[in-house]
Design a protein around this ligand. Structure first.
Ligand SMILES: *[C@@H]1O[C@H](CO)[C@@H](O)[C@H](O)[C@H]1NC(C)=O
Ligand SMILES: *[C@@H]1O[C@H](CO)[C@@H](O)[C@H](O)[C@H]1NC(C)=O
Ligand SMILES: *[C@@H]1O[C@H](CO)[C@@H](O)[C@H](O)[C@H]1NC(C)=O
Ligand SMILES: *[C@@H]1O[C@H](CO)[C@@H](O)[C@H](O)[C@H]1NC(C)=O
Ligand SMILES: *[C@@H]1O[C@H](CO)[C@@H](O)[C@H](O)[C@H]1NC(C)=O
Ligand SMILES: *[C@@H]1O[C@H](CO)[C@@H](O)[C@H](O)[C@H]1NC(C)=O
Ligand SMILES: *[C@@H]1O[C@H](CO)[C@@H](O)[C@H](O)[C@H]1NC(C)=O
Length: 454
């Protein structure tokens, strides 16, 4: 029997400190190439049995919390490999059933999904905002939350979108007469509208369970926005928007969410851009998008950091030493983990995907190996899809104003699914005790260690 008191063992020395400019410069430029050997690609479903999400009340009714730079649930570590399934809020109940049934069967316990459908869940007209709480509107989310809860699946609930899919910042601007993308982050009228939406959602009482969203441990975290940036391709970019603009907004909104839902974790949903213009002349690292990962992670009400990894979408193909997308992806994962360890908060690789669908197996093996090795607290592939249960054709790209790339989706019958399933299993194994006699450790770097009770 494991003692619930956990001792955080020293992290010192595990990550190179960035104490001098030259060390920092080396760090940003290129970390040592990996020499890890990769297992051969499994040709069929692995024989491992998925560790399915736990549906016991003590698990379902407990909030996931940060524990140093990892997560814990009920005093046990909570490492995970999960999925993005943004579309649950806009599909039928039986489709939601199929999705959670299949996710659970694959051992997936954390799902990130959209808690917005702007123009449908709510309509804005100037400073007026009207909510559609009907069972076809926001009420449908009650079913999503209930079914997640039934399966012991925890939800990362995203409350807005930087992009125009399902409304987003563009919808708010369009309905209020503002033009600059960053007006959303700076104009008091728009901040009030968004806070009004947040308040309405978090205070909602689930029609099936009777539990208010703000009190429901089904929520892993509330998320400010999908990929907030100073810009999008639909709106005018203001030169005034800087990382300071975005950090101030993130501080304000995260504090507001905590004031309503103090038990639920809060995160940003950003892509993890750095703000080190003196170090690297590359848009991922120079603050161009208005995101300073390091500064944002230090905000009081941000519980963990998010980053997204799209190595073959041009993200790794910048200047000089960044032109090898494959190695760039590993570096990107390591850099965020290092900052998380320094700040003392978990970081998750919240979206990753590969445009080269046929080649993605080698990417997956490479990054999973690194992720498991260095103690990334969780990751979520982009994105999970499943055929409609009524047998109608798959329509992956079904959002108004959609920009999603269908080729990025994952189905459980994909040829590389065994690799993902192995990764889901490996991450879950970190939550099981490893040790002998009167001492057990869990997780990467053994940060969860506990004395056992005789
Ligand atoms: C999906 O959203 C659209 C509005 O964008 C709405 O008309 C439709 O009823 C929604 N469908 C479901 C199943 O929620
Ligand atoms: C998985 O999805 C398929 C297709 O929608 C569905 O028929 C099946 O019942 C689902 N499995 C579970 C366990 O829910
Ligand atoms: C917004 O409100 C104005 C003034 O009440 C009204 O004339 C207009 O039709 C409304 N527009 C929408 C889209 O509801
Ligand atoms: C709440 O549940 C009742 C009874 O099942 C149902 O009639 C009503 O439409 C539901 N409301 C919402 C918003 O889902
Ligand atoms: C989609 O874009 C059009 C054109 O900008 C806009 O009128 C409409 O409101 C957008 N739809 C949503 C749901 O944001
Ligand atoms: C940018 O800042 C200047 C000076 O504070 C201000 O006059 C201008 O309106 C701002 N522009 C935008 C688009 O916010
Ligand atoms: C996987 O399932 C989907 C939906 O049922 C189907 O469209 C697709 O062809 C299948 N892919 C493979 C590789 O069998």
């Amino acid at each position: 029997m494991v003692n619930q008191r956990l001792a955080l063992v020293a992290l010192a020395g595990l990550f190179a400190p960035l104490t001098t400019a030259s060390r920092a410069a080396n760090f940003w430029r290129r970390q040592a190439a990996s020499t890890t050997a990769y297992a051969p690609v499994p040709s069929k479903t692995p024989t491992i049995t998925p560790v399915v999400p736990n549906t016991s009340p003590s698990y379902v009714d407990s909030f996931v919390k940060p524990y140093g730079d990892a997560f814990q649930l009920n005093g046990m570590p909570y490492y995970f490999a999960g999925a993005n399934a943004y579309w649950l809020m806009n599909q039928t109940d039986d489709w939601v059933d199929s999705a959670f049934g299949n996710l659970s069967a694959q051992g997936i316990g954390v799902v990130r999904t959209w808690f917005f459908n702007d123009g449908w869940f709510h309509t804005i007209n100037g400073t007026e905002q009207a909510f559609n709480d009907s069972p076809e509107g926001i009420g449908h989310l009650d079913y999503v939350v209930k079914r997640a809860r039934d399966y012991g699946i925890k939800l990362i609930a995203t409350l807005a979108n930087n992009w125009p899919d399902y409304g987003g910042v563009h919808y708010y601007l369009h309905q209020t007469g503002y033009n600059y993308h960053s007006d959303f982050f700076t104009q008091p009228e728009l901040i009030d509208l968004y806070k009004g939406y947040i308040s309405h959602m978090l205070n909602r009482v689930n029609n099936y369970t009777g539990i208010a969203y703000k009190d429901d441990a089904t929520f892993f975290a509330w998320e400010l926005m999908n990929e907030p940036r100073c810009l999008s391709y639909t709106d005018i970019k203001s030169q005034n928007c800087t990382t300071a603009t975005m950090t101030a907004w993130i501080d304000d909104i995260s504090t507001y969410i905590k004031s309503i839902a103090p038990n639920t974790m809060v995160t940003i949903g950003d892509e993890g851009w750095f703000n080190n213009p003196s170090l690297v002349d590359n848009w991922l690292y120079d603050g161009f998008n208005g995101i300073d990962f390091e500064a944002n992670l230090q905000l009081k009400n941000i519980d963990f950091g998010t980053f997204h990894t799209y190595p073959d979408h041009g993200w790794g193909a910048g200047t000089t030493s960044y032109d090898l997308s494959f190695e760039w992806g590993e570096q990107w994962i390591r850099q965020h983990r290092t900052i998380g360890a320094q700040v003392g908060k978990p970081v998750i690789n919240e979206e990753y995907g590969f445009a080269q669908r046929t080649d993605r197996m080698s990417f997956e093996q490479y990054y999973y190996s690194v992720t498991e090795d260095i103690g990334i607290a969780g990751d979520l592939f982009w994105s999970f899809w499943i055929a409609p249960p009524d047998g109608s054709p798959i329509a992956e790209n079904n959002s108004p104003n959609s920009t999603y790339t269908p080729g990025l989706n994952y189905y459980v019958n994909d040829t590389d699914w065994p690799i993902i399933r192995q990764h889901i299993y490996n991450m879950a194994q970190q939550n099981l005790p490893v040790g002998e006699g009167d001492f057990s450790c869990f997780g990467a770097r053994n940060i969860f260690c506990s004395e056992t009770v005789a």
